[in-house]
Design a protein around this ligand. Structure first.
Ligand SMILES: Cc1cc2nc3c(=O)[nH]c(=O)nc-3n(C[C@H](O)[C@H](O)[C@H](O)COP(=O)(O)OP(=O)(O)OC[C@H]3O[C@@H](n4cnc5c(N)ncnc54)[C@H](O)[C@@H]3O)c2cc1C
Length: 406
């Protein structure tokens, strides 16, 4: 075996090339990337800071039809291996909340530079080509670019990502390539993405970030809950808890979002707070009643939903029923979930190549010997917080090692 062809110069493609070179230094390795440079998506990760792994990584952080498919890869290239690998290439880790690791310099470009320098040190070729078709021939794999240029590889790794954020390179074309080699692809949905809700009310909150606990429900069944800053936008809601729970929206429809804006207080305590404010602020109108407790625009929505039409309503006229209604709304403001903001805005793809069709121990196709897959192209995606890149590193390192073995 002389040539290894890798389709996709993202996180998983670059690391698979590097581990293939470590395993078999004689191998001629080429990374084919459709964008003008490798690793464009990496620069956008972690808000430009690249949350490149998470110290708490385990299989429970992953989703798909068979999340346990991740187990061997995560065990064979662990979070410690990731930290040591990048440290050796110059990326010093900085731990932040919930085990998230970033480069100490705070720049995503540090991770990309480290990988590019290592590709170059190892003599790995990168070729700009948008691979339009692949075929298995007697000479190995034949790759044809959109420009009809033809390339060959004795073995091939497809690390072309999913459909999320196509502007950064991954346009779903990897799935078509895999299908042409006999693989099957599950339903594909955007995940780690903003949620759309009716806009009449949230529009008035546009641009505001409010701490809260977000719960997603199907009818009255709670499917998940997460706390943090919720960002209101003209289309609906965003922010860390929304991204986290959007993994649920990737799997269910007909959802309702319930937001608790005073999660550290019980309903009774919120009622008592509202009641005592009524006493202290009885000289005011509803225009000022929530000032200092809730964001003013949120307060207006709470009052309106409780049935108070005009902000000129006197605080002294608040009765028990209105106070209970407002307390209940502060603890449980419901918004219908109309869908997600789609692949254009998603960080990852839910769904991908059926994991049963690939060996979890080698990442080699069970249907097409000599073909390997790595990264987001699998029917695997992770929680928000560095887990998706860890999957790219673990699956990529394992695919690269195995694809390079004689
Ligand atoms: C805005 C944003 C922020 C994110 N932040 C984080 C974060 O902080 N932490 C985290 O863990 N995850 C984060 N993610 C998710 C993470 O970036 C991805 O899961 C990960 O990059 C997937 O790596 P990959 O190599 O499998 O795919 P990709 O990174 O998508 O790489 C695939 C590459 O293949 C190329 N390609 C595709 N088709 C072809 C073809 N036919 N021919 C040639 N080349 C092709 C693409 O151009 C692309 O460069 C974020 C994602 C986005 C969009």
């Amino acid at each position: 075996m002389k040539n290894l062809a890798i389709i996709g110069g993202g996180a998983s493609g670059m690391i698979s090339a590097i581990f293939a070179a470590y395993t078999n230094p004689q191998l001629n390795i080429t990374v084919y990337e459709r964008m003008d440079r490798v690793g464009k998506k990496l620069l956008a990760t972690g808000n430009g800071r690249c949350n490149y792994t998470n110290l708490n990584t385990c299989t429970a952080n992953y989703y798909g039809r068979f999340p346990k498919f991740t187990r061997h890869a995560l065990f064979s290239f662990t979070v410690d291996d990731t930290v040591n690998f990048f440290n050796r290439l110059g990326v010093f880790p900085k731990e932040e909340e919930n085990g998230k690791l970033y480069p100490y310099s705070g720049q995503a470009s540090a991770v990309l530079d480290a990988l590019r320098n290592e590709l170059s040190r190892l003599g790995i070729n990168t070729v700009r080509s948008d691979i339009a078709s692949v075929a298995r021939t007697k000479k190995g794999f034949k790759l044809t670019g959109k420009d009809e240029e033809v390339y060959y590889g004795d073995r091939m790794i497809i690390a072309a990502g999913g459909c999320a954020s196509p502007a950064l390179g991954s346009d779903g074309s990897g799935f078509k390539l895999l299908k042409s080699l006999g693989h099957h692809i599950t339903d594909l949905r955007p995940a780690l993405v903003q949620l759309k809700t009716p806009t009449d009310e949230v529009k008035s909150l546009q641009g505001i970030k409010i701490e809260g606990t977000l719960t997603l429900m199907s009818k009255d069944k709670v499917l998940g809950s997460d706390s943090g800053e919720i960002l209101f936008a003209d289309y609906g809601i965003s922010g860390p808890p929304v991204f986290q729970l959007s993994t649920i929206a990737a799997r269910h429809s007909g959802l309702t979002a319930a937001i608790d804006f005073m999660a550290e207080y019980s309903l009774r305590q919120v009622y008592d707070i509202l009641e005592s404010r009524k006493q202290h602020l009885s000289h005011l109108t509803m225009e000022s009643y929530f000032t200092g407790l809730l964001n003013k625009r949120l307060g207006n929505i709470i009052a309106r939903r409780a049935g108070i039409e005009k902000l000129s309503f006197k605080v002294s006229d608040l009765n028990k029923e209105l106070l209970w209604k407002m307390a209940a709304l502060i603890k449980d403001l419901r918004l219908e979930v109309l869908g997600t903001k789609g692949f254009a805005n998603a960080q990852v793809t839910a769904g991908g190549v059926y994991t049963e069709e690939v060996s979890p121990y080698t990442m080699e196709s069970r249907l097409c010997p000599g073909l390997y897959c790595a990264g987001e192209i699998y029917d695997i995606f992770g929680d928000c917080g560095g887990y998706n890149l860890q999957w790219a590193w673990s699956s990529g390192a394992l695919a690269g090692k195995n694809a390079a073995m004689d």
